[in-house]
Design a protein around this ligand. Structure first.
Ligand SMILES: [Zn+2]
Ligand SMILES: [Zn+2]
Length: 268
């Protein structure tokens, strides 16, 4: 494998529901002229779902990898993609959307899991009457869809216009429908994780020429205080690092010591 070689094949399998292939296909087509072969021959919701029905057992990164391998198996492609999102609470100030996108190449033993996280402005709504519901819904994007809590569980995939046209029994409780095709804010983060994966697929180690030469593999280290030489709170910038041979470039002009301002000992 050398620098001029491109990793992605003409065909890459992608196991997904919820329309994520539409977000990622253009990115792969434009960069590599690769075609995404979409499959939904396996119900990915059995690995965990956003509607509280199935808890995810693996980590989000492991789930994305598992889906990528399943995509290869189901389609007999040697390269596959799998994605997984994880929404967590940011302690009262909103939600954090963490999106993972795994790429595997079963012939060349390549595994890359790209990750992007970004806060999103979404949250549950409760309303005692229609006006209150309308006011609260209009605080969010119009093309965000919702789930309505009912006696029998959740009614999913409800658009704002559908909700306003329906006869509802108040008070109502709604949660955002986080499935990708219903959640425009997630779509933005999914596109970003696609770009991140492309970047890593296009970065080769100068020493061993393997792919995925990325700051993602750098170890976080703290600069040592200029006065007392204890570690400060100042982080060393993360440099691209090879996940195979560990190579990373060292910058000779780089500042090796941290400011005493960031030292817990000198400036408590
Ligand atoms: Zn290397
Ligand atoms: Zn110090």
């Amino acid at each position: 494998m050398n620098k001029s070689s491109q990793i992605p094949n003409k065909k890459i399998a992608f196991l997904t529901k919820h329309g994520k292939e539409a977000l990622l296909s253009p990115i792969f087509a434009n960069t590599y002229n690769s075609q995404i072969q979409h499959t939904n021959a396996f119900d990915t919701d059995t690995l965990g779902s956003f509607d509280h029905v199935t808890e995810r057992k693996l980590s989000a990164a492991q789930t994305a990898l598992k889906k990528a391998y399943l995509a290869c198996e189901l389609t007999h492609c040697s390269q596959g993609l799998g994605s997984e999102g994880s929404i967590s609470s940011l302690f009262g100030i909103g939600l954090l959307d963490e999106e993972f996108l795994a790429f595997v190449d079963t012939q060349n033993n390549i595994e890359i899991v790209a990750r992007v996280q970004q806060p999103i402005k979404l949250g549950p709504i409760d309303a005692k009457h229609k006006d209150e519901l309308y006011d609260k819904l209009s605080m969010f994007e119009h093309n965000q869809y919702w789930m309505l809590k009912t006696m029998d569980g959740w009614e999913k995939g409800l658009s704002v216009s559908h909700l306003m046209a329906q006869t509802l029994t108040f008070p109502v409780y709604l949660e955002p429908d986080f499935r990708a095709m219903y959640c425009p804010q997630r779509q933005v983060v999914i596109s970003k994780v696609g770009e991140n994966l492309i970047q890593r697929l296009s970065s080769f180690c100068p020493q061993c020429a393997k792919v995925d030469y990325s700051p993602e593999h750098a170890k976080a280290t703290y600069l040592l205080c200029e006065i007392c030489t204890l570690p400060t709170n100042q982080m060393q910038p993360l440099r691209p690092t090879c996940s195979y041979c560990g190579y990373h470039q060292t910058d000779l002009n780089e500042c090796k010591t941290g400011s005493a301002f960031y030292c817990n000992f000198c400036n408590p």
